[in-house]
Design a protein around this ligand. Sequence first.
Ligand code: ACO
Length: 435
Amino acid sequence: MSASQTGMTAAKIILGDKTAELPVMKGELGPDVLDIRRITNDLGIFTFDPGYGETASCESKITFIDGDKGILLHRGYPIEQLAERATFEEVIYLLLNGELPNAAEYKSFTTTLSNHTLLHEQIRNFFNGFRRDAHPMAILCGTVGALSAFYPEANDISLPETRQLSAIRLIAKLPTIAAWAYKYTQGETFIYPRNELNYAENFLSMMFARPSEDYKINPVLARAMNRILILHADHEQNASTSTVRMAGSTGANPYACISAGIAALWGPAHGGANEAVLKMLASIGSKENIPGFIEKVKDKNSGVKLMGFGHRVYKNFDPRAKIMQKTCHEVLGELGIKDDPLLDLAVELENIALHDEYFVQRKLYPNVDFYSGIILKAMGIPTSMFTVLFALARTTGWISQWKEMIGEKGQRISRPRQLYTGSPQRDYVPASERG
Ligand code: ACO
């Protein structure tokens, strides 16, 4: 039964001489929501919710977050269990299909993924069109959108089999595009995917292998990469996912929609934060400068934010940040990095911020990006690739959410309304007569 059918009680709104009954919809978990779909019809008004902080824009069965308790579930499974025990490929299967695969399903699914990792050879030429110093997010955004030119059948989104194939293609090809974007900026040879490697290993191999020598995958780094991918796989209706749904609601093909999601992720308030955290730590420089930096963050006129802190939904802690912090210590330990100045700085900064009244009052805690940059840097991933990696992992969530939306009955184009505060109607005056 859909959530809308279970509404039992209703809230009543009286506006002048008009009354509207708003049904209360109950989900499986989380707060109830008021169904306002008839409010304009009944009361002649719209609702105002800039940033959509109080608005449920869709029904979804994929991911659940309880921001106060720090809970994150994918299809019901806690993120801690998935990050600790699952492979990224299992999580892809889970998000896309709703259940974890059995052994036979897993084998067949991973084989299918491996069979789609290659890019059309014509796509190689795209890279040469970019400047060598292009940001890899620019390359990713453009190249993923351009995939639609290679799979025109994806424009027909009415067939479930075509939608599934597009999902597989996108998830399988993203690591290849991402790694090649990096190789291009380095002037290095593109490394082709290898079917015997798993998703995380394959990405590391395409990033770091060179044709002139054997590349041995460090299992610690592969495990950390697997975990980082899982931690970024999906996160409910965040800005980039909502962008994918918004673009998808028009019937646009999935490659175009994912490209839109990549663009939305790029900003420093969202996926660009992990890159911004490292830049921030570098600019702080040393522990003595932390108090001065914190004062700047608290000064509203400075425009400075503590990057990697705060979240629209998590107001207690971000469960992903906890796992990331633990992974960070593990990776640095395994790599023999005893005293990492950036990690020391991050730990000190976190400690000070967590006890500072400004952050406590506003419920600002480290988010997933606070520690991910330090791990990625230790793994040899350059800063400009951090957000690319996030996009690579989040493609699974985006395309699962897109598939869910397109598969719904009665799916409509997304079209919010506005509160207009501009000029009232006025008449055009020729330039010569304007004062
Ligand atoms: N540093 C300093 N102050 C902050 C921060 C921060 N990182 N985040 C929020 N605040 C302050 C706001 O200025 C505001 O203060 P006020 O009440 O005195 O005006 C208050 O805390 C509430 O913040 P909002 O802006 O209302 O929070 P919102 O939900 O709109 O923003 C966001 C969430 C964008 C994540 C914000 O916390 C932020 O910019 N953080 C830094 C960037 C970052 O780390 N982004 C990654 C998010 S997680 C992800 O995408 C994977």
